[in-house]
Design a binder for this molecule. Structure first.
Ligand SMILES: Cc1ncc(C[n+]2csc(CCOP(=O)(O)OP(=O)(O)O)c2C)c(N)n1
Ligand SMILES: CC(=O)[C@@H](O)[C@H](O)COP(=O)(O)O
Ligand SMILES: [Mg+2]
Length: 623
């Protein structure tokens, strides 16, 4: 690690002679693999961007020039080269550095990302600001082929192509992979470009920037290709100067090309070809497995678990989907590019015609589901809570307003852990329950999750079931596809004085708190329609009411209970426990939940403090 240790910022990198960049990149790759195998993290994408990162920081004057990384799951080399090498072992852990770029973490992290396809918009904004302020700087968006499939990326291209005076460079990092294999017409188009455009690349760069001998070579190439018509690329039609494709692992291609582009004005588009997992054979062979890893031994690679692991909620959903599909041929499953994460690999294999990976296109996934529902199909949109945020208008305007029969399987509800605030599903209860026609359920265990999915499926309108990342409490799962009564909760523990109204994943810790306090505990099941009769009954039978949810307190399930009490004219001391009004960083989920008082002890402690040790009063827990 001789070279890498000398690089504390990109200025150090820029002092290196060119011939040392390749050994530096090799050291960086070794460092990455070693470190990520100890912490876990997004490995494949990072192995693929080592050379590109070195070249960008070498050629451009960062942080004066702005690099905006799309998603940001490929920024580990960038972090290591921009002063965070010594903190890298803390990646994605409590109080450690984030797995994504964050403006508060470094001046080199020009824009916070983690949800995809924002980079071109943000970089264009930066380029436009530079123009308005009369500053000479480059704004560079680095976006993957998967992330390029989102509407937002195209909205930005559409805007950028006419901003002729903006110094914007879009780099398409094309590794022919999303998390899953790539999908859609754009992927086909990029494959065509890769197979037929090397000649065009030489022509474009030659004409625009290359001096002397290289321009001569480009002209010769043009002559040799007499009669061959090279159509303008789609990106040229959008108003960009398209350059590429070039080999994104070859510093001898990358550096001169970037140096040439640096001298160009207006919107530039560089198509770079890389390999996911580059340099680590196991990841090259299985980029999906190594997309996001836990800890593993790099000499052996990721091994299948020896002991049977507890079933995850994601698997509960995946099994349910196949079982329900076997019973009802109208069922179709939709994922916006999260086949593995959403547990749809088996469904894809067993029902390929009824499986739709629509690319990173959350908005489209919802409206596509709406269209299917209009024709009597039974769409199930499997989507992470955090990503459904992208499709809010589609949910309201296209699905709920028309009361269409779409089932939403909301994975990663609540705290997610290593990905942190960007991926936490903390808002779905608040943003769903205010939409007319919606049914909203929160699963308290694996069996109930299956029952709720069945209930949502049979409900003839829009219905959502939320469940957390990872395994649940280990409940036995009945194989029958049974429903639960709509809008009905259940009392799980009978106690006195205090009634805890728990939602979803908070039922288990609420039961622990209930034991400590001899409190009544209700599993409310539905956030909408809320079981108002149960709320009234609990209010009548107890001195204090406490709501608990793994979601934001503001506007969430507790707020639904408060509204119901107000509507019924019931005045009762009410404590609302849930996630505070602040973003919660990455870390171990259990520890994070405990840190905001959402484990059994924390819930009991809050209730004791507010009600059992002093005078009752209305309390909202805002952290
Ligand atoms: C809006 C949004 N949807 C889904 C995801 C989940 N996601 C993260 S990376 C990724 C694949 C991105 O593919 P690409 O841009 O080609 O980068 P690569 O992984 O190939 O390096 C997906 C689907 C996300 N981060 N943001
Ligand atoms: C970067 C990104 O958005 C995904 O790779 C995400 O990190 C996956 O999260 P899960 O591990 O919860 O599927
Ligand atoms: Mg890709």
């Amino acid at each position: 690690m001789n070279l890498l240790e000398t690089i504390n910022n990109p200025a150090d990198l820029r002092k290196l002679p060119r011939h040392q960049l390749k050994p530096l990149a090799d050291e960086l790759r070794t460092f990455l693999l070693d470190s990520v195998s100890k912490t876990g993290g997004h490995l494949s994408s990072n192995l693929g961007t080592v050379e590109l990162t070195v070249a960008l920081h070498y050629v451009f004057n960062t942080p004066h020039d702005r690099i905006v990384w799309d998603v940001g799951h490929q920024t580990y080399s960038h972090k290591i080269l921009t002063g965070r090498r010594d903190q890298f072992h803390t990646l994605r852990q409590l109080d450690g550095i984030s797995g994504f770029p964050r403006r508060v973490e470094s001046e080199y992290d020009t824009f916070g990302t983690a949800h995809s396809s924002t980079s071109i918009s943000a970089a264009l904004g930066m380029a436009a600001a530079a123009k308005l302020k009369g500053e000479q700087r480059h704004a560079i968006a680095v976006i993957g082929d998967g992330s390029m499939t989102a509407g937002m990326a195209f909205e930005a291209l559409n805007n950028a192509g006419v901003e002729e005076d903006c110094n914007l460079l879009v780099i398409l990092n094309d590794n022919d992979m999303s998390i899953s294999p790539p999908v859609g017409a754009l992927n086909r188009y990029l494959a065509r470009l890769m197979s037929g455009q090397f000649y065009a690349a030489a022509k474009n760069v030659g004409k625009s920037v290359l001096p002397g001998p290289v321009l001569e070579l480009a002209k010769k190439l043009e002559e040799h290709a007499k009669g061959m018509v090279v159509p303008a690329t789609m990106f040229e039609e959008f108003g960009f100067n398209y350059i590429g494709p070039i080999d994104g692992h070859d510093l001898d291609s990358l550096i001169p090309t970037l140096q040439n582009i640096r001298n160009l004005k207006g919107p530039q588009f560089l198509h770079v070809v890389t390999k996911k997992g580059q340099g680590y054979k196991l990841a090259e062979a299985e980029p999906i497995l190594y997309h996001g890893t836990g800890k593993f031994n790099p000499a052996e690679g990721i091994k299948p678990a020896t002991a049977p692991a507890k079933i995850t909620y994601t698997e509960v959903f995946g099994n349910w989907l196949c079982d329900m599909a076997a019973k009802d041929e109208r069922l179709v499953g939709i994922t916006p590019a999260m086949r593995e994460g959403s547990g749809m690999v088996r469904f894809n294999a067993e029902y390929p015609k009824r499986y739709f990976d629509v690319g990173i296109a959350e908005q489209h996934s919802v409206t596509f589901g709406a269209g299917l529902a209009c024709e009597g199909m039974k769409p199930v949109v499997a989507i992470y809570s955090t990503f459904l945020q992208r499709a809010y208008d589609q949910l309201i305007h296209d699905v709920a307003l028309q009361n269409l029969d779409v089932t939403f399987a909301l994975d990663r509800a609540g705290i997610v852990g290593a990905d942190g605030a960007t991926h936490a599903g903390n808002y779905d209860l608040a943003y769903l329950r205010c939409i007319p026609n919606m049914v909203v359920m929160a699963a308290s265990d694996e069996n109930e999750c299956r029952q709720m999915l069945t209930t949502a499926y049979h409900y003839p309108g829009p219905a959502a079931v939320r469940y957390p990342r990872g395994a649940g409490i280990g409940a036995a799962i009945a194989q029958e596809l049974t429903t639960i009564p709509l809008g009905k909760g259940e009392v799980r523990r009978q106690g006195e004085r205090v009634a805890i109204l728990a939602f979803g994943s908070m039922v288990a810790p609420a039961l622990k708190a209930g034991e400590q306090l001899n409190a009544t505990v209700a599993n409310m099941r539905f956030v909408k329609p809320l079981d108002v009769e149960l709320v009234k009954q609990l209010a009548a039978d107890h001195d204090y009411l406490v709501t608990v949810e793994e979601g934001c307190v503001m506007g969430g399930a507790g707020a639904a209970v408060a509204e119901a009490l107000a509507e019924a004219g019931i005045v009762k001391p009410l404590q609302m426990l849930g996630l505070p009004d602040k973003f919660i960083d990455h870390g171990d989920p259990a520890k994070l939940l405990a840190s905001v008082g959402l484990d059994g002890d924390g819930i009991a402690k809050s209730i004791k403090q507010r009600f059992l040790g002093g005078e009752p009063r209305l309390v909202v827990n805002n952290g």
